[in-house]
Design a protein around this ligand. Structure first.
Ligand code: ADP
Ligand code: MG
Length: 590
């Protein structure tokens, strides 16, 4: 018995409905009055069906059988009045429910987006863009629109069903008993469908994410695709993904859509029995023909929505499963968090130290081994060495984009883990080899470095970044749109814009990661001049593979395979005739 009840509960998702509702409540709460009115409006809308059925008995018995004049004269007014009331209620309930559904969707999307912004770098390393789009945006819509619709449908159906069942019982309790028993037969198939759906939907999410990633990569990588003539290859990949989409869609239909026809068949059997039994009751004079007509109408009204309940059920499940996925995301916690009451970094007095720092992106695969180094305030540290040796990794650890697995990184003697991430990163300006510029104007992109600077300061930064002449030559000047990711600028211009962005940030620590390596010698000289300006009087970490750019550094460290193999300034390292000298000679020869 207990097991049976469990099944019954699961089929109707009683627990799930309550759980989902509890979790959704914070998103519904601000609008609960409207939501409640919207929901309450569905009661009369649902109940009105029963009124029609109920009305059929007096109509049958008094007009058709007894031929009463007064009653028949009222009928047109009743119909019109009734329709008006129903129409107004329907409109009001649709309006309110859409309003509430939209508010909830937007609330969910905002919360999800905040969550996305709070996730750490490692999270983005291990997820693709399609998955992000799907799980942070599409799911929100599926969840809330689906939920509101399902609540609306569910409640209006429930109220209408309850009212109709009363009509049934009023007209003939014996027939009502048969009809309700038939309804009970639906429970098991509903339970099966839910189980099957969940498995297929999990695969569908992965598939739809791949499709979104494909679009993203086609957009972002279009030049590579074109120049390597990868059209056929990408077409083939896309066909393969969409073949899976098709297979999954068909599998879904195959394993769920038998529900509606099955319900239809079960209901037909129910109707057949009830009508047979009802005819017997009329013939034997136990009910009036009015009873019979009203009963049959109520029964058909009750079964008609139930016939489509199979499909509703599927879409309701869909939104419930989307809600599950959303809360999976909202429950995520970034691995990297501020500790309680973190210190605030407002200036650099002594400098940065690495003490036996070990680091692995993937547990067990260490990429930095016992790195110890010191960067006194106002000095420049250069990192050189083989590609893949760990230079970029070292530089990302200073703004704490990742947490180290061993040792300590300190600024002015305070562990970076004890400093609030916000205040730490405000003290650091980074320029990368591949800088990300955002859709918008030149001014907007510079302002991202610091929103509080004046136009005069922006021009000064552009001047320092050796980009002012170029911007002055543009018709729209600072208001020139640079395209998504800055595609309308050249590589050197993009880099100099990123340098200007770093300038206005005016941070005491500057990190330059191969900021000039993508440039030809002539533009490199211009950008180098900009960088020299940026480095003045600051604590700098510079990574460069052209040694000419690091010769003046106060300290040079050679990093190979995650280890420091040499350190010193240019002269001492050359005199040592080790790794640095070898690198230098190799480049010098060229
Ligand atoms: N996000 C990442 N996830 C996992 N491994 C990474 C990641 N970034 C870099 N690595 C690995 O870490 C090592 C050091 O890389 P990196 O610091 O970029 O070297 P460098 O800047 O000296 O060329 C390489 O073996 C690289 O494959
Ligand atoms: Mg690198």
């Amino acid at each position: 018995m207990g097991k049976k009840r469990q099944k019954l509960k699961r089929a109707f998702n009683a627990n799930l409905i309550i759980l989902n509702f509890k979790r959704m409540w914070p998103f519904i709460k601000p609008f609960w009055v409207r939501a409640l009115i919207g929901v309450l409006l569905t009661i009369p809308v649902g109940g009105l069906d029963a009124v029609v059925a109920m009305f059929l008995k007096p109509f049958m018995d008094q007009v058709m059988v007894d031929k009463q004049q007064a009653f028949s004269a009222m009928i047109p007014y009743l119909i019109v009045g009734f329709t008006l009331v129903q129409g107004v209620l329907l409109y009001a309930s649709d309006y309110l429910n859409t309003w509430v559904a939209q508010k909830i969707t937007i609330g969910l999307k905002r919360k999800l987006y905040e969550k996305l912004l709070s996730m750490d770098t490692a999270y983005f390393d291990s997820h693709n863009s399609g998955e992000i789009l799907f799980r942070y945006s599409t799911d929100a819509e599926t969840a809330s629109t689906g939920l509101i619709n399902s609540i609306k449908q569910f409640l209006s159906r429930t109220f209408s069903s309850i009212a109709l069942v009363f009509v049934l019982i009023y007209n003939s309790w014996q027939m009502a008993a048969i009809a309700v028993a038939v309804l009970g037969l639906f429970i098991y198939p509903m339970y099966i469908v839910r189980k099957k759906m969940k498995a297929i939907l999990a695969k569908t999410v992965v598939n739809l994410s791949s499709i979104m990633t494909a679009y993203n990569e086609t957009f972002a990588g279009n030049r590579t695709i074109r120049s390597f003539t990868l059209e056929e290859e990408f077409k083939r990949r896309f066909y393969k993904i969409t073949d899976v989409t098709f297979a999954l869609a068909m599998k879904m239909v195959k394993s769920t859509n038998w529900l509606s026809p099955l319900m239809h068949i079960i209901m037909s059997i129910g109707v057949a029995f009830v009508i047979g039994f009802g005819s017997y009751l009329i013939v034997t004079g136990r009910i009036t023909s009015g009873n019979f007509v009203a009963f049959t109408a109520a029964l058909i009204m009750l079964y008609k929505p139930l016939k489509s309940v199979g499909n509703y059920y599927i879409s309701i499940q869909n939104s419930f499963i989307a809600i599950d996925r959303i809360f999976e995301i909202l429950d995520l916690q970034p691995q990297l968090k501020d500790r309680e009451n973190p210190a605030t970094l407002t200036e650099i007095r002594k400098g940065i130290t690495f003490d036996n720092v070990c680091f692995a992106y993937v547990p067990g695969r260490e990429v930095l081994h016992n790195i110890t180094l010191e960067i006194p305030r106002g000095t420049t540290l250069a990192l050189v060495g083989n590609s893949g040796g760990g230079k970029t990794t070292i530089s990302t650890l200073i703004p704490r984009l990742y947490d180290i697995t061993g040792g300590e990184i300190k600024i002015d003697g305070v562990n970076v883990k004890d400093i609030s991430q916000d205040s730490l990163r405000k003290q650091i300006a980074m320029v990368f080899q591949d800088n990300f510029l955002f859709t918008g104007t030149i001014r907007e992109n510079v302002l991202l470095g610091n929103p509080n600077v004046t136009d005069a300061e922006i021009w000064a930064a552009l001047e320092n970044a050796c980009l002012a002449d170029f911007v002055k030559g543009l018709e729209l000047g600072l208001d020139t749109e640079i395209g998504e990711r800055g595609t309308l600028l050249s590589g050197g211009q993009k880099q100099r814009l990123a340098i200007a962005r770093a300038f206005v940030k005016n941070a005491p620590i500057v990190i330059l990661d191969e900021a000039t390596s993508a440039l030809d010698t002539k533009s490199e000289r211009v950008v180098q001049e900009a960088l020299d300006n940026l480095m003045k009087n600051r604590t700098v970490i510079v990574i460069a593979h052209r040694l000419s750019t690091v010769q003046n550094a106060d300290n040079i460290i050679v990093v190979n395979d995650g280890q420091i193999v040499e350190s010193g300034n240019h002269e001492t390292l050359l005199a040592q005739d080790g790794a640095y000298a070898a690198l230098y000679k190799m480049q010098f020869k060229k």
